[in-house]
Design a protein around this ligand. Structure first.
Ligand SMILES: [Zn+2]
Length: 124
């Protein structure tokens, strides 16, 4: 049989002997690589996919900005934008926000006026 450490052929009285000498047995034991402790860290692939999933959250779930609404409204053909949910949402926001505040934020709506009488915005 051959020593498992130095690979030297040796004869042993014991059939279970694996090393030619106590020294080889000791060295073999010392040279056994440490058992790697499983780490708790998330595999790189998975770690990367998490932020990606967050990024790919469908837009309808997020609150659209006024710019988003304007863009969506302007993408409707003809004057169908008047019945669009985006327009409805924008109007809802506008109704709850004084024009003065909107203008301070940089949103200037030229033809819209707030009617104190009707308590709503009109385009006339
Ligand atoms: Zn040996």
């Amino acid at each position: 049989m051959n020593c498992l450490y130095c690979n030297k052929e040796f004869k042993s009285k014991r059939a279970t002997a694996k090393y030619c000498s106590p020294n080889c047995r000791k060295l073999a034991f010392l040279s056994v690589p440490e058992v790697s402790v499983p780490t708790l860290s998330v595999p790189e692939k998975e770690a990367v996919s998490v932020p990606n999933e967050r990024v790919s959250v469908p837009k309808p779930l997020s609150v659209p900005t006024a710019e988003d609404l304007y863009d969506a409204i302007s993408s409707y053909p003809e004057d169908t934008w008047k019945d669009s949910p985006e327009y409805e949402e924008l109007m809802k926001r506008l109704r709850s926000t004084p024009i003065k505040v909107l203008e301070e934020r940089g949103y200037y709506i030229p033809s819209w006026k707030y009617s104190e009488e009707n308590k709503k915005y009109t385009t006339s």
